[in-house]
Design a protein around this ligand. Structure first.
Ligand code: ZN
Length: 225
């Protein structure tokens, strides 16, 4: 039997309706299957570092959100960027973050933990996080401009780049891990899957730009207390 209060986390794979871009890009069409279409929170993501607290279903302009309400399905869509899912020790809070290279460089993961602390009074060391499938350092070849931009704003970030004859390779998961571990958050249940290597299972912007998005959803069930 499932405990009265619990948190579910979903991550979608490629759909059999692969040729239908409308299907691929709209979670509400898929959420019906999971019975979540009426309690869905969808972020209009712009690679910003904006975090919002939410208390009802709907669309918001943000790249991260959290809630202390039970039953809200917080969603994030990615096709190489890192989806980060959050919950706390008491299963009171859920959250999601969309971290591409811009968001990671702007330390969106720390903006999330700061905002949760200020608005919900939950300390970062009470938080747990999970990283979803995203492009790995094996495949994330970036330009020197990205390397320079990181180095200028974040001195330690050089550690997250591998330089070889093919250029610079960025480890986005390691960068987000570094930030969250430094804040005292605990990692659990991450999936070490590269969307580019696993292109038959997930959408990858690098492989097929605009083809579709993988959706991540976190939802808390049970009472508020
Ligand atoms: Zn890869």
């Amino acid at each position: 039997m499932r405990p009265e209060k619990h948190i579910d986390l979903y991550f979608t794979t490629r759909s059999p309706a692969d040729g239908d871009s409308d299907h691929n890009l709209r979670l509400d069409k898929q959420a019906d299957v999971l019975g979540m279409s009426s309690n869905l929170v969808v972020m209009n993501q712009t690679h910003s570092a904006k975090i919002e607290q939410v208390s009802e279903p709907g669309e918001i302009d943000a790249d991260g959100c959290f809630s202390i309400e039970s039953g809200l399905a917080l969603s994030v869509r990615v096709a190489d960027c890192v989806p980060v899912f959050f919950w706390d020790d008491d299963a009171t809070l859920t959250g999601v973050v969309h971290a591409g290279w811009r968001g990671t460089m702007a330390k969106i993961a720390l903006r999330f933990t700061d905002k949760v602390q200020h608005q919900a009074g939950i300390e970062s060391h009470s938080l747990h996080y999970s990283l979803g499938p995203s492009i790995g350092k094996c495949c994330y070849n970036v330009g020197e401009d990205v390397f320079k931009a990181f180095s200028e704003t974040w001195p330690n970030s050089r550690d997250f780049f591998t330089r070889c004859r093919k250029g610079f390779f960025l480890d986005l998961r390691a960068a987000n891990r570094f930030l969250l571990n430094a804040a005292g958050a605990k990692e659990g249940g991450s999936l070490e899957l590269c969307t580019c290597c696993e292109r038959r299972r997930f959408y990858s912007y690098r492989v097929e730009p605009g083809r579709g998005r993988n959706w991540g959803v976190i939802i808390r069930h049970g009472s508020q207390s």
